[in-house]
Design a protein around this ligand. Structure first.
Ligand code: 48F
Length: 261
């Protein structure tokens, strides 16, 4: 490699670049069309589809990394499965896969996950990671946004970190928090809905039902992915991800329809 010298930038310029750009973007996304809570396969897929349709969409993820359970597939083995016809979504994302048996496809978790993250970002979905849902904004029996705090703050006991969160407004919120169904639980705490909790493993039943029941659970709140199973009492499905991708797509389609009303 040729000898090279990096361009000049002082320490203060680097700090200013980060602060300026973050502040501008954060201010812009204080109001969005859709806020997605949770950056696993369902949330990322919904984010990609919404951004591709021109919707202003912000995705909040409490971890530093995006992707949820999509990185590792099953049993720490870096392989994930999808069943037909969800391999078509892997095609759309340009993810390589192998047909293991008729209608059952296997792919590498890191490859599939990084392609999905890149697709959501390329489409224009904005991401706030290390940010956790603290509560929902609720006006006149409709979800109007989310209350958030930095994950390190929300992870500390209240007695040593009494730091108030901030609120972000949106026309719709999507709960894509997986098994936790964190947004749904905030409504349940107030007695507004009753989450049924997940049933035991039954992959064939679960995948179809999760997609079928991806819906607006409460005015202003759409559920997708495994949060659907927790909300509606559906069986678990384990390390197969077709329903997560298809449910994320369906959640985005529902949101686009509702934004038109
Ligand atoms: O768990 P996760 O991957 O949910 P999903 O998209 O997919 C489920 C599958 O991974 C798998 C399965 C079937 O294939 O059974 O488990 O439904 O991703 C959920 C994301 O939401 C984040 C969490 O860190 C993860 O990345 N999350 C959960 N609670 C919060 C949150 C919260 N309160 N605030 C912000 N992010």
């Amino acid at each position: 490699m040729e000898p090279m010298e990096f361009s000049h930038a002082s320490e203060s310029q680097i700090t200013r670049a980060i602060v300026d750009e973050f502040a501008k973007e954060f201010e812009n996304y204080v109001e969005s069309d859709v806020i997605i809570v949770g950056g696993g396969p369902a949330g990322l897929m919904a984010g990609k589809e919404l951004a591709s349709s021109g919707v202003k969409v912000l995705l909040i993820e409490r971890n530093n990394y995006l992707g949820g359970g999509f990185w590792l597939g099953g049993f720490l083995m870096n392989k994930l499965t999808v069943r037909a016809p969800a391999e078509r979504i892997l095609d759309e994302l340009d993810v390589p896969y192998k047909e293991y048996s008729e209608g059952l496809y296997v792919s590498d978790g890191p490859h599939a996950c990084s392609k999905l993250i890149a697709a959501a970002c390329d489409a224009g979905a904005k991401i706030l990671n290390m940010v956790a849902l603290d509560d929902v904004v609720l006006h006149n029996e409709r979800v109007r946004g989310v209350v958030i705090n930095w994950t390190p703050v929300s992870a500390l006991p209240r007695e040593i970190a009494a730091i108030d969160p901030v609120s972000l407004e949106s026309k719709l919120v999507i709960d894509a928090t997986g098994h936790d169904a964190s947004v749904v639980k905030k409504l349940e705490e107030r007695g507004l809905i009753k989450a049924k909790g997940q049933g035991a493993m039954w992959v064939e039943r679960s995948e179809n039902l999760v997609v079928a029941q991806t819906s607006e659970l409460y005015p202003g709140l759409i559920v997708t992915g495994m949060a659907v199973a927790t909300a509606y009492g559906l069986p678990r499905m384990g390390p197969t991800f077709g329903a997560m991708l298809v449910s994320g797509k369906k959640a985005a389609e529902l949101a686009v329809e509702k934004l038109k009303l």
